[in-house]
Design a binder for this molecule. Structure first.
Ligand code: UD1
Length: 348
C-alpha cells in the first residue's frame, strides 16, 4: 500500500515509518517539525518532507495515489498551560479537519488516527455497594490527607479501579484531551460524508527509545528516565499506587501497521481501540523497575499531587485482539529494561 504518514519525524511516527517500510509499504512522510518536539535546526529523517497538515496546497500532491492515511501529527502533552489552548486547537483540531477535507478531494477513504486514553478522562471505577459509578472529583482535603483514590458519588466510599474498554464514557479533562476527542469526531463526520473508514488507536502510556526527554509535555517514563540520567531519584507523586498501562513504542507502531492493513475490512465510520500492553503497573512499580534497570537512585514517594492528574486508567486490550488481531508483544519489565539505556530525543 501507499501510505501518507503525518508526524513521520516524531517519536511514534518515526517508528511507524520504519516498520511500514520493513512490511513492504510505500511511505510518503511529512512533518512540520514542531519546536516542542524537535530541536531548532534538527534535520528531517530521510524521505520525510517538511509540511504542515493545515496546508491544503501541500497535502493535495502528497495524497495522489495514496491508499490510506496514518495521522500521527499532533501537539502532544497533557495541556497543562492555558496558553497552549490555541495550539492544540490549531494543530490537532484544524489540522485534522484540513487533512480530512484533502482526503475527500483525493478520494482516500481509509484513515488510521492516533488517539489517546486521555479521551476517557478518569478510568473506570466500582463501588462495593453501588457498582460501576462515575467517580467524584478528588477533594483537596483527601489529597492533603494522603487519601488518593476517588470516592463514590452516592456513599462517598473509596472506589476500586476496573478495566476501561472502548465503550467507557468520553470525558476529556484537558485541552489536549479535548483535541483528541475532536479528532475522532471530525473523522466520524468525514466518514459519514465520504463513506470513509477510520480506526482510532487510543494509545495508553507510550514509552521507548527516542522518547522526548523531560519537558512539561513529556509522559512520566521520560521524566523518570531523565532524572536517573541526571543522577537524581525519580519523584513519584501521590502514594505511587496510580495504575497505568505502559505500552512500548514498537507495539504501538505494530498496532498502526495492522490497523492500516485492516481498516478496509471495517464498517464505514470510526472504530476505536485501546493500544496497551494489557499488563497494568503502578507508577511506583514502573519507577522501581526503571531505576533497577538503570542502576540508579531508587524512587522517592513524595506524597505530592498534581491537580489535573487522574488516579487510575487501566486499559482492556480485548477489543484490539478481536477487531485487529493485535496483542502487544513487549511486557513492561522487558521494555523498561531496554528503555533504561536507550537514547532519549533531546528537547529544549
Ligand atoms: C500521559 C500523557 C498524556 C498521554 C497519556 C497516554 C503527558 C504529560 N501525559 O498521561 O498526554 O496522552 O499519557 O499516552 O504527556 N507522575 C509522577 N512523577 C512525575 C510525573 C508524573 O509520579 O514526575 C505520575 C502522575 O502523578 C500520574 C502518572 O505519573 O499519576 C502519569 O503521569 P503522566 O505520564 O504525566 O500523565 P498521564 O495522565 O498518564
Amino acid at each position: 500500500m501507499r501510505i501518507l504518514l503525518t508526524g513521520a519525524a516524531g517519536f511514534i511516527g518515526g517508528r511507524i515509518a520504519g516498520l511500514l517500510g520493513e512490511a513492504g509499504h510505500d511511505v510518503v512522510g511529512l512533518d512540520v517539525m514542531l519546536d516542542k518536539a524537535h530541536l531548532p535546526g534538527a534535520t528531517l529523517p530521510a524521505g520525510v518532507r517538511r509540511a504542515d497538515v493545515r496546508d491544503p496546497a501541500a497535502l493535495d500532491p502528497l495524497l495522489a495515489g495514496v491508499d490510506a492515511v496514518c495521522h500521527q501529527a499532533a501537539m502532544v502533552g497533557n495541556g497543562v498551560d492555558a496558553q497552549d489552548l490555541a495550539g492544540y486547537a490549531a494543530h490537532n483540531d484544524l489540522g485534522t479537519a484540513v487533512l480530512l477535507a484533502a482526503m475527500a478531494r483525493a478520494g482516500v477513504g481509509r484513515l488510521v488516527l492516533a488517539s489517546s486514553m486521555v479521551v476517557y478522562g478518569e478510568g473506570r471505577y466500582v463501588c462495593r455497594e453501588h457498582g460501576e459509578v462515575p467517580p467524584l472529583t478528588r477533594r483537596a482535603a483527601d489529597l492533603d490527607a494522603g487519601v488518593f483514590d476517588p470516592r463514590c458519588p452516592h456513599c462517598e466510599a473509596l472506589l476500586s479501579w476496573a478495566l476501561v474498554d472502548e465503550t467507557a464514557p468520553i470525558r476529556p479533562r484537558s485541552s489536549y484531551a479535548v483535541s483528541k476527542v475532536a479528532q475522532e469526531q471530525y473523522a466520524a463526520a468525514w466518514a459519514t460524508l465520504e463513506a470513509g473508514r477510520c480506526v482510532a488507536l487510543r494509545y495508553h502510556n507510550v514509552y521507548g527509545p527516542d522518547m522526548p526527554a523531560d519537558t512539561p509535555y513529556s509522559g512520566v517514563a521520560a521524566v523518570f528516565r531523565s532524572a536517573l540520567e541526571r543522577g537524581a531519584a525519580p519523584q513519584v507523586f501521590e502514594d505511587g499506587g496510580q495504575m497505568r498501562d505502559f505500552v512500548h513504542v514498537d507495539d504501538v507502531a505494530r498496532a498502526n501497521v495492522v490497523a492500516l492493513e485492516r481498516v478496509g475490512e471495517h464498517d464505514v465510520g470510526v472504530a476505536a481501540y485501546n493500544v496497551c500492553s494489557g499488563q497494568p503497573r503502578s507508577i511506583a512499580q514502573m519507577a522501581g523497575a526503571l531505576a533497577d534497570a538503570f542502576g540508579g537512585e531508587q524512587p522517592i514517594l513524595t506524597g505530592r499531587h498534581r491537580a489535573a492528574d487522574v488516579r487510575h486508567v487501566v486499559a482492556s486490550p480485548a477489543a484490539a485482539v478481536d477487531g485487529l488481531g493485535f496483542t502487544a508483544a513487549v511486557p513492561p519489565e522487558q521494555g523498561l529494561r531496554t528503555f533504561a539505556h536507550a537514547p532519549l530525543r533531546p528537547t529544549r
